[in-house]
Design a protein around this ligand. Structure first.
Ligand code: PLP
Length: 418
C-alpha cells in the first residue's frame, strides 16, 4: 500500500516535473495590463501572440461597457442556482435563440464552461450500447468525455478518411448486436496545428453509414465562414452537423459555451446534462456581455477582415522565410522547429527577453520528441507592423537555433519571478 500524497509528491506529472525550473515563466506566466497585443510580462512590455482573442473583443470599448453595465445592474451572483432549478432568465434564453440562429440551428443550450459542457454532452447523449468514432487529435474535453462512456470507442488517425471508413464499418457491425447508435466526434479547427476537420468528407459518409456528427468548433466560431458561423459555414455543411458546439473562450473573449441542434435534442440536453443540472447558471454579466460580443461578431465584419489580414501577413511572411507552419487553414499559426527541451526553453527566453515577443511553446509529450512548436495566435487587434517585428525576431532566433547557440546542458537561468 502507498500513501497517495507520497505518490504525487514523487511523481509530479508530465509538465509538473518542470515546475521548479519553469513556474511563473514557462508555466503560469502573468500577462498584465489590458488585454491587447502589447502587455506586460516580467515587468516588461511584450508583443503577445498567445491569446485566443481572435476578434479583439476582449478589450473592445463596447464590450467593456456592456460587461460593466451587466455587473452594475445584476451583480456577479444573479441568477442563483442551476438553470433547471432557479437560474433561468429571459436573457439566457435570448442568447440561446441568437446563437442558434447564427449557426443555422433551431435551438441552442448555454453551457457554463466549454470543457465541462463537452464532457457532459458526450455523457448525456451516449449509453453503453452506442459506439463513438473520434479523431485522434481531439481536444482533452472530448477525450475526457469519452472516459465516461462505457460503450465502445474507436479512434481514427487525425483526419484520415480511409481509416474513418474502416472504423465506421467496425462500429456498424458492432451496433447491430448492441442495438445502439454511432456518434462521430471531431473538431472544426484543430487548436494546435490550425488545420480543419475534414467535415465535407465526413458528412459525405452519412450517405453510406448511419451516424450522428458532433463538432467542437471552439476555434472556428467567429473566425471561419462568411459570417463567422464556423467551419460548417466555411464548408457549407452546417445542416449536416447534428450537434454544433463552441465556447466563448476564444472569439467571444468571455466565459461560457453553447451547443446547438434540433429542438428536441437541445431540450433533451437541457434536462439531462449533469454539468448543467448540478451547476450554477452562467452569471448575468457574462450573458449581457456575450450578447454584446455576438452583436459585434455579427455586425462588424471589419473585425474578421482585420483578423484575416493579420493572419495572411503572418502566415505568408513565415512561409516566404522558409518556416514550417504545417497545413494550417485557420488563424492558428504553428511554427515547427527541431530541438529538445533545452533548446526550446532557450529560444523562448531569447524571444521574450531580447525580442520582447511572447508566444506559447509546446514540446514533448504533447508533440513528438525532438520537435518544438511555437504557437502564434493572430488577432484583429494586431497590426502589420507587429507582424514585421515578429518575423524579424523569428529569423534571428532560427539562426541561433541552427548554429547550435541554444544548446546548453544547464537549464536557462530564469531572470525574474522565481
Ligand atoms: C477545442 C476546444 N474545446 C473546448 C475547449 C474548452 O472550452 P472552455 O475554455 O470554455 O472550457 C477549448 C479551450 O478553451 C478548446 O480549445
Amino acid at each position: 500500500m502507498i500513501d497517495i500524497f507520497k505518490k504525487v509528491k514523487e511523481n509530479r506529472g508530465p509538465i509538473g516535473q518542470y515546475q521548479k525550473q519553469g513556474h511563473g515563466y514557462f508555466a503560469f506566466p502573468k500577462l498584465e495590463g489590458e488585454i491587447k497585443p502589447r502587455m506586460i510580462f516580467n515587468g516588461k512590455e511584450v508583443l503577445t501572440w498567445s491569446l485566443n482573442n481572435y476578434l479583439g473583443l476582449a478589450n473592445h470599448p463596447e464590450v467593456r461597457k456592456a460587461d460593466a453595465e451587466g455587473a452594475a445592474k445584476y451583480g456577479m451572483a444573479y441568477p442563483m442556482g442551476a438553470r433547471m432549478m432557479s437560474g433561468q432568465t429571459v436573457l439566457h434564453e435570448e442568447l440561446e435563440r441568437r446563437l442558434a440562429k447564427h449557426v443555422e440551428k433551431p435551438d441552442a443550450f448555454l453551457l457554463n464552461y466549454g470543457y465541462q459542457g463537452m464532457v457532459s454532452i458526450i455523457d448525456a447523449m451516449l449509453d453503453r450500447n452506442d459506439v463513438v468514432v473520434y479523431d485522434s487529435e481531439s481536444h482533452a474535453c472530448i477525450l475526457d468525455g469519452l472516459r465516461l462512456h462505457i460503450g465502445k470507442r474507436f479512434v481514427f488517425p487525425h483526419n484520415n478518411m480511409e481509416n474513418l471508413r474502416k472504423q465506421l464499418e467496425r462500429a456498424t457491425k458492432l451496433v447491430k448486436d448492441t442495438s445502439g447508435g454511432i456518434m462521430v466526434i471531431t473538431e472544426g479547427v484543430f487548436g494546435m496545428a490550425g488545420d480543419l476537420g475534414n467535415l465535407k468528407e465526413i458528412v459525405a459518409l452519412k450517405k453510406e453509414f448511419n451516424f450522428r456528427l458532433l463538432v467542437d468548433d471552439a476555434h472556428g466560431f467567429g473566425t471561419m465562414g462568411k459570417t463567422g458561423a464556423g467551419v460548417g459555414e466555411h464548408y457549407g455543411v452546417n445542416n449536416e452537423i447534428d450537434l454544433y458546439f463552441s465556447t466563448f473562450a476564444k472569439s467571444m473573449a468571455g466565459i461560457g459555451a453553447f451547443v446547438a441542434a434540433e429542438p428536441e435534442i437541445v431540450d433533451y440536453l437541457r434536462y439531462n446534462m449533469r454539468s448543467q443540472t448540478f451547476a450554477k447558471s452562467l452569471p448575468m454579466p457574462m450573458v449581457v456581455g456575450a450578447l454584446k460580443r455576438l452583436d459585434l461578431l455579427q455586425n462588424e465584419p471589419s473585425l474578421r477582415e482585420n483578423l484575416w489580414n493579420v493572419v495572411e501577413a503572418l502566415q505568408s511572411g513565415l512561409r516566404e522565410r522558409g518556416f514550417n507552419i504545417g497545413c494550417t487553414e485557420s488563424p492558428v499559426t504553428p511554427v515547427y522547429m527541431d530541438g529538445g527541451v533545452v533548446e526550446a526553453t532557450s529560444l523562448i527566453m531569447d524571444l521574450r527577453e531580447n525580442h520582447n515577443i511572447f508566444c506559447s511553446v509546446v514540446i514533448y509529450p504533447v508533440i513528438p520528441k525532438g520537435q518544438i512548436l511555437l504557437r502564434l495566435i493572430p488577432t484583429a487587434a494586431h497590426t502589420l507592423d507587429d507582424v514585421k517585428e515578429t518575423l524579424k525576431a523569428f529569423e534571428a532566433c532560427r539562426e541561433k537555433l541552427v548554429k547550435g547557440e541554444y544548446k546548453s546542458d544547464i537549464f536557462p537561468v530564469i531572470p525574474k519571478g522565481l
